[in-house]
Design a protein around this ligand. Structure first.
Ligand SMILES: Nc1nc2c(ncn2[C@@H]2O[C@H](COP(=O)(O)OP(=O)(O)O)[C@@H](O)[C@H]2O)c(=O)[nH]1
Ligand SMILES: [Mg+2]
Length: 388
């Protein structure tokens, strides 16, 4: 394998260099932004793209002898760039003295620039947006889509962006029940996101469609209305229901539910910033030892608040997340950016989505392609279709 690192003013330039230097079979291994200058200040920004070529492929020019006797060029992504054959092609245009300081977005082809701007305006963290866009360019490059006009208007950028995001999206498994093997599942999350409604949808789905025996349990006892809300569903569906206020009541309550196949636990909304409340929740849940804990997030929340919720509920150790109110969420860039890994979050897998108030219909098992098809607002999806 031959690996070379290219630096250029723009991604497009770097990719064109790779095409011409290494041929169409080269694949992009890594892209990053680099700044020279004192500690990154006052420096110029370059795009650095590392590309690789398998032995016997492509038309690599001027990269030494290559082959297996080259000094381990191919086996270590952690090598400092100087170990690779760093080249600055396109020479003159790249001379530092001639360069203007270019920000990440200034280097992007126009369609990608508009997607990048849109991501930022949706509240997507800049680092995440840059990563997604870099991934988008990598997909285009790996398909050899670097030629054509400088706008790259023939390239299906949106499709590549969806793939780039999709690569980071984790889809968790839905609840699996087996008759005779009681599964305990808790829903947690802030107030008003749709926990109780989702418990009712799941209960109805498992009871009516999968014909499982379902029991309900609530630890949301702060408000009488909250208990009554769940009780109403339990009554309609003729399901056993227990109310638990203290940890020591949990085991007896679970015992009274008997040998159901699925216990769904509804919880009170907790402010993710209230450590004491979260601690109480942890304690109550510990007494139930749930097999799964789904963190319920509303699609209508801001990116910042979803991130805060994920951080705040970390002590509860959610196994996956449910995104509600997709019917009120025009596009999902913000939500998806908040559930993928960032510097402060390790990311969370999606189990279900809900898209309306109707019990039991408005719930679905999380589906990556359905989510990605709604990544950006409709007008941007249209402009992509028009460009094609
Ligand atoms: N539009 C829409 N509303 C929903 C959805 N899920 C729940 N809701 C509504 O959100 C409000 C709060 O729901 P609730 O289940 O009580 O939230 P909780 O406080 O988390 O238990 C109610 O008016 C629900 O009907 C959904 O998927 N879409
Ligand atoms: Mg509730």
């Amino acid at each position: 394998m031959h690996i070379r690192t290219f630096r250029a003013n723009s991604l497009q330039d770097a990719l064109e260099q790779i095409r011409s230097q290494m041929g169409a079979d080269a694949s992009v291994l890594h892209t990053r932004q680099v700044r020279d200058g004192l500690m990154g200040w006052l420096g110029r920004t370059y795009v650095e793209v590392t590309a690789g070529l398998k032995d016997g492929e492509g038309n690599e020019i001027g990269a030494g002898q290559g082959g297996s006797d080259s000094p381990q060029l191919g086996d270590d992504h952690g090598c400092p760039a100087s170990r690779f054959n760093v080249v600055s092609q396109g020479s003159d245009s790249l001379q530092p003295s001639l360069q203007t300081q270019a920000s990440f977005e200034e280097n992007l082809p126009a369609p990608l620039r508009s997607y990048f701007d849109e991501l930022l305006s949706q509240g997507v963290l800049r680092a995440v947006a840059e990563r997604w866009i870099m991934g988008t360019v990598s997909f285009a490059a790996s398909l050899g889509e670097t030629s054509g006009d400088s706008l790259g208007s023939s390239i299906p950028w949106l499709e590549h962006l969806q793939r780039s995001v999709g690569r980071e999206l984790r889809i968790g498994s839905p609840i699996r029940t087996q008759p005779g093997d009681r599964r305990i599942v808790a829903l947690v999350g802030p107030t008003g996101v749709g926990k109780t409604t989702t418990v009712a949808k799941l209960a109805a789905g498992f009871r009516l469609e999968a014909r499982r025996r379902v029991g309900l349990l609530t630890i949301d006892t702060f408000r009488i209305a909250a208990v009554q809300q769940l009780r109403a569903y339990a009554d309609i569906m003729d399901l056993p229901m227990e109310v638990v206020e203290k940890p020591e009541q949990m085991r007896p309550a679970l015992g009274r539910l008997g040998d159901v196949d699925l216990v769904l636990i509804d919880t009170a909304g907790r402010s993710p910033t209230s450590d004491a409340r979260i601690e109480q929740l942890v304690e109550l849940l510990r007494s139930a030892q749930p097999d799964e804990t789904h963190l319920v997030l509303s699609g209508t929340s801001s990116v910042a608040s979803i991130e805060q919720t994920i951080r705040g509920f970390a002590p509860v150790r959610p196994t996956s997340a449910i995104v509600t109110k997709l019917d009120e969420t025009p596009h999902l860039a913000g939500v998806l950016s908040a559930i993928v890994a960032t510097e402060t979050n390790s990311g969370i897998a999606l189990s279900y989505t809900t898209d309306g108030q109707q019990v039991p219909d408005d719930i679905a098992i999380a589906d990556a392609s359905a989510l990605l098809s709604r990544l950006l607002p409709p007008r941007m999806q249209l402009s992509q279709a028009e460009a094609a």
